[in-house]
Write a protein that binds this ligand. Structure first.
Ligand code: NAP
Length: 307
């Protein structure tokens, strides 16, 4: 298949380019920075230069590049404010960005659209021991800043599921770890001795290695059912305390600096509701059944130990 990919230079984008090439697909990679051409060319893709948020520029750039599938893997979490405001660029990429990429899909003749969604759409709260599946309520409002992220996940999913003439598929990813992902990001913070670990009990969430996330995207593109969402997580939920101590060990950084919970909530409210308030266990059984996908790494320790 010919794939038009947004987010090709990111933590998931780069392994995804390699996975697409290995599976025999041709990729047209939307990149913003011409200096990153080589990064995508080395992985077998054809770069086109455009910003997803610039509608006219995007349509001009992709015109003349027919594709079967569009994949939306663009986020801007590195530019997020710690307070997470409604004008956050990643929220816009999920809402307006999806709208623009759907226009691009129509222009290039793509009939399938795979979008990046997030497990936190199930709601930033303690879900207890219940194992969440795709049948659970998605986009749950719980009255904290995470509601903005849940809304944006719903926004991208709803658009691709309801677009005329398009087979929309959403991948509800766990937290990314691996090269350039959350694990590297937190390792950098721990090297700077930045306070990252809330005192006391932390929440538990589900992670996914970026290579496994990329493999799931290829499988979804090839075998996903139209109008369906798939949870893409590994087999064993991990607490944030375990995440940070495992990252410190595997990356050889100082141990995480413990911080009062109130300070985390005050200084970085989004991380507070993610790392303190949210506990979720998620099943990937549907992805395994429909897509024939299983994570190569059963848990974070295994994935980080593998390098
Ligand atoms: N599920 C999760 O846990 C999850 C989800 C997303 C991100 N993250 C994590 O958050 C951290 C930072 O993530 P990030 O969002 O900065 O990811 P990232 O790894 O930097 O990738 C973002 C990708 O989107 C592209 N992009 C952003 N805005 C764009 C626009 N307007 N038009 C076209 N392309 C655009 C970027 O292109 P450029 O190269 O031009 O910047 C890049 O290719 C990483 O650790 C990542 O793992 C986690």
């Amino acid at each position: 298949m010919r794939v038009l990919l947004a987010g090709a230079t990111g933590a998931i984008g780069l392994p995804l380019l390699s996975a697409l090439a290995a599976a025999g697909h041709e990729t047209i990679a939307i990149i913003r920075d011409p200096a990153k051409r080589r990064l995508v060319e080395e992985r077998g893709a054809l770069p086109v230069i455009a910003d997803v948020m610039d509608r006219d520029g995007l349509l001009r750039a992709v015109d003349g590049h027919p594709a079967d599938v569009v994949m939306h893997q663009a986020t801007a979490l590195r530019d997020a404010s710690p307070r997470l405001r409604p004008d956050d660029p990643t929220l816009a990429l999920r809402d307006k960005g999806t709208e623009q990429l759907l226009r691009a899909a129509r222009l290039v003749g793509a009939r399938r659209f795979v979008t990046q969604s997030l497990i936190t759409g199930y709601g930033y709260r303690d879900h207890g021991d219940r194992i969440l599946t795709e049948d659970d309520v998605f986009g749950l409002h719980v009255g904290n800043v995470g509601d903005l992220v849940a809304d944006s996940s719903v926004a991208t999913e709803r658009q691709v599921f309801t677009a005329d003439g398009i087979e929309g598929i959403a991948l509800r990813y766990g937290m990314f770890y691996g090269r350039n992902a959350f694990s590297d990001m937190f390792a950098d913070l721990m090297r700077k001795r930045a306070p990252v670990l809330p005192r006391g009990r932390t929440g538990t969430t589900c992670f996914i290695h970026v290579n496994d996330a990329a493999a799931a995207a290829v499988a979804a593109m090839e075998h996903g059912r139209a109008g369906q969402a798939y949870n893409i997580v590994d087999d064993q939920p991990t607490s944030w305390r375990d995440f940070l101590t495992t990252v410190a060990r595997t990356h050889g950084t100082p141990r995480p600096v413990v911080t009062p919970r109130w300070l985390i909530r005050l200084a970085v409210p989004y991380l507070g509701c993610l790392m303190i308030d949210t506990t979720m266990r998620i099943s990937h059984a549907k992805a395994t059944r429909d897509l024939g996908w299983t994570p190569a790494y059963r848990n974070l320790r295994e994935g980080l130990a593998a390098g």
